[in-house]
Design a protein around this ligand. Structure first.
Ligand SMILES: Nc1ncnc2c1ncn2[C@@H]1O[C@H](COP(=O)(O)OP(=O)(O)OP(=O)(O)O)[C@@H](O)[C@H]1O
Ligand SMILES: [Mg+2]
Length: 314
């Protein structure tokens, strides 16, 4: 299932707050770089400044609008909305002085900073510029980008926006540029949206709601990731015995752990049943930060991915 993902130009990691989007984005990027790919890991900064959670996970020292190389095959960039607005206007408004005048206008700046949808437009615009960038030999500079989307509301605004903007200004340079972004995001050959969830009732409900929203926006939901699945310490055979033991011994910490496991299983089953895409399960691990990222990356680095595929010997 994962092999097919790496052929996309952009992997968009979506999900509700706190489900592990940033961790997963970093782990995917590390895995892709390990398997010999050239990856650009993209953080969409809601505001300028502040520490970069994603940058810290991959050890990026420089966090800003300039792409920096973090390790072989892995580059990192943090995109800020306001920078995107500036470039967007400069590139789309026909005359430079017009763009500059527009940027100097307080009214326009306020307009650009209003509403998450317009913020997303600035981000989307910069992302597209990076995706388009080519090397002297004509190949893409960043063949694969992994994008840590801001929590649900904003992430959806990215896709909802183009229609709004297109309706306002079809045909013009701004409309055309936004249309290009929309075409890219909606093309399942180039983009893949990953939906992240936790194995609990509410996150699963939220993930299912997000899945229908993605469908409505015609975004290519390609796979779901159930993150932080608790480990099952028992073999299937010992389960019944443990249950019997717990039944006769009253409240016990083991009973709580088992109940949590049962809830997680039920949540996973509900998520799998509600989606038409493959569901990948990631374990809950007792580590955090870069160490967690490295361990999860191993899940995405099966041998066939790490080594170029070879024809079977005759
Ligand atoms: N598989 C895992 N095992 C253990 N802890 C995890 C796992 N995945 C994520 N975490 C922890 O869960 C917390 C939230 O993760 P993360 O910041 O990646 O979520 P997020 O979806 O990006 O959150 P936000 O919506 O706030 O950006 C972090 O403390 C992270 O270390
Ligand atoms: Mg995050």
């Amino acid at each position: 299932m994962l092999e097919a993902l790496w052929d996309r130009r952009a992997l968009l990691v979506s999900g509700k707050g706190g489900v592990g989007k940033t961790t997963l984005s970093a782990a995917l990027a590390v895995a892709a770089a390990r398997s010999g790919r050239s990856v650009l890991l993209v953080e969409m900064a809601p505001d300028e400044g502040g520490p970069s959670a994603l940058g810290a996970l991959v050890g990026a020292r420089d966090v800003g609008p300039k792409v920096t190389r973090v390790r072989p095959g892995l580059s990192f960039v943090r995109l800020a909305a306001s920078e995107g607005h500036r470039r967007f206007l400069q590139d789309t408004l026909p005359l430079r002085w017009l763009a500059e005048a527009a940027l100097r206008s307080r009214a326009l700046r306020r307009f650009l900073e209003a509403g998450p949808a317009l913020r997303e437009m600035g981000l989307l615009y910069q992302m597209l510029a990076l995706l388009r960038r080519t090397r002297p030999d004509g190949r893409f500079e960043y063949p694969l980008s992994i994008i840590d989307l801001p929590a649900t509301g904003h992430a959806l605004a990215i896709a909802a926006l183009p229609r709004t903007v297109l309706a306002l200004m079809p045909g013009g340079p701004i409309g055309r540029s936004v249309q290009e972004g929309l075409d890219f995001l909606q093309d399942p050959a180039r983009s893949a949206v990953l939906l992240t969830s936790l194995p609990e009732p509410l996150p699963v409900s939220e993930a299912l709601a997000l899945a229908s929203e993605l469908e409505r926006l015609e975004l290519p939901l390609t796979a779901a990731v159930l993150n932080r699945m608790p480990e099952d310490p028992f073999t299937p055979e010992s389960h019944a015995a443990v249950q019997r033991l717990l039944a006769t011994h009253g409240p016990h910490q083991g009973a709580r752990a088992l109940a949590r496991l049962e809830r997680a299983r039920a949540a996973r089953a509900r998520l799998a049943a509600g989606l038409q895409v493959p569901l990948l399960t990631l374990p809950e691990l007792p580590v955090t930060g870069p160490e967690l990222v490295e361990r999860l990356a191993e899940v995405f680095t099966p041998r066939e991915l790490a080594e170029p595929t070879r024809e079977a010997a005759p």
